[in-house]
Design a protein around this ligand. Structure first.
Ligand code: NAD
Ligand code: MN
Length: 345
């Protein structure tokens, strides 16, 4: 590659404050990566309220023509809005980004020490309750709402393969399957059984990876009590969403946790946090989740060394503790944190 075409979709709220930060971090890498060519793209709820569309066809088309992308966050309303559907949930489906990979890693006081939390949540990204097939029926006793929860063997197998592949490359080589098949024996049962069968389909390849499993509720409990027991946690869509926000609390802030949405042909970095309407527009959003998402995206494309440079710069700034946004107890602005990181890249 001589250049890297990167689609940027800041979308709503602090997405517009943190995606520019990620852009500056990539630019600071200079010739360590192919010359980045950024393409600014529109999406989001604010766009929907202005134009009636949350995910324009031009955005989808431009992403299909890009090498990779960074997505900010959307402000999806909690009430039902006719004609609106979340663009991020849509994009994951359209681009078949079936895996949401969310590393949650704390920064040890010195580079020599091991982080106390070092795990990856691998979240299935295309099905479960996020197929959004909901219906409302009036009954004699009031309204009744139903949702379809879809779990397929195909999606469970490929997310399982992603989890084993990631575990194999890690020191502990340990996968925990998260489920609730004591209650949902058919849907979660299929997920659990299919992920468990992955090593058998790849004879020998994952022999060195240890498998455990845990019911989702007690998994959250144990995550808070003894986070070190986890290495790679693989989960259906909804549990994975919840567990990764919970795990973010262990490392201090949602503003620190990155992710990539990955498929076989495309990768899109995205901070785990949402649009944070409570702090949007104040210039105090933590840019680190987005900068780390850029690093993850680059790593996924095979640019491991430049990704390491970004992560190292971020770790140094956190370790020094002088320039931090308010979510981490600091007083600095987004751009001051970005500048501190850029200086160390
Ligand atoms: P949120 O992640 O936006 O915010 C939760 C809390 O964490 C807030 O107090 C917020 O200020 C703080 N926070 C989050 N990111 C931060 C950052 N970078 N720096 C400093 N503080 C940060 O979750 P929410 O409040 O439940 O949701 C707000 C909106 O975001 C909703 O409309 C929701 O639908 C949307 N959302 C979108 C995505 C996405 O785009 N993938 C994900 C989650 C939520
Ligand atoms: Mn979430």
């Amino acid at each position: 590659r001589s250049s890297l075409k990167i689609g940027l979709v800041p979308a709503d709220g602090i997405g517009r404050e943190v995606i520019p930060a990620a852009r500056q971090a990539i630019e600071a890498l200079g010739s360590d990566v192919p010359k980045p060519e950024f393409v600014e793209l529109l999406a989001g709820f604010e766009l929907f309220t202005r134009t009636g569309t949350a995910l324009p066809e031009e955005t989808v088309q431009a992403l299909k023509e890009s090498d990779c992308a960074l997505f900010g966050a959307v402000s999806s309303p909690s009430r039902r809005v006719t004609g609106y559907s979340s663009p991020i949930v849509g994009l994951r489906k359209i681009l078949d980004l079936y895996a949401n990979v969310r590393p949650v890693i704390s920064v040890a006081p010195t580079p020599e020490e091991k982080p106390s939390v070092d795990l990856i949540v691998v979240r299935e990204n295309t099905e479960c309750l996020y197929v959004k097939q909901e219906e409302m029926t009036p009954t004699e006793n009031g309204r009744e709402a139903r949702a379809t929860r879809l779990i397929t063997e195909r999606a469970s197998r490929r997310i399982g393969e992603m989890a084993f592949e990631l575990a194999k490359a890690r020191q502990r080589k340990h996968v925990t399957i998260i489920h609730k098949s004591n209650v949902l024996s058919i849907t979660d049962g299929l997920f659990r059984e299919t992920v468990r069968s992955v090593p058998r389909l790849h004879e020998g390849k994952y022999d060195d990876v240890e498998i455990a499993e845990q019911l989702v509720d007690s998994a959250v409990y144990r995550l808070f009590r003894e986070p070190h027991i986890y290495d790679v946690m693989v989960a259906p869509n909804l549990y994975g969403d919840i567990i990764s926000d919970a795990a973010a609390a262990l490392v201090g802030s949602l503003g620190l946790v990155p992710s990539v949405n990955a498929g076989d042909n495309f990768v899109m970095g995205e901070p785990v946090h949402g649009s944070a309407p409570d702090i949007a527009g104040q210039g105090i959003a933590n840019p680190i989740a987005s900068i780390r998402s850029a690093a993850l995206m680059l790593r996924h494309l095979g640019y491991g060394a430049p990704a390491d440079r970004l992560d190292k710069a971020v770790d140094e700034v956190i370790r020094e503790g002088q320039v931090l946004t308010p979510d981490l107890g600091g007083k600095s602005k987004t751009q001051e944190v970005v500048d501190a990181i850029l200086k160390r890249i």
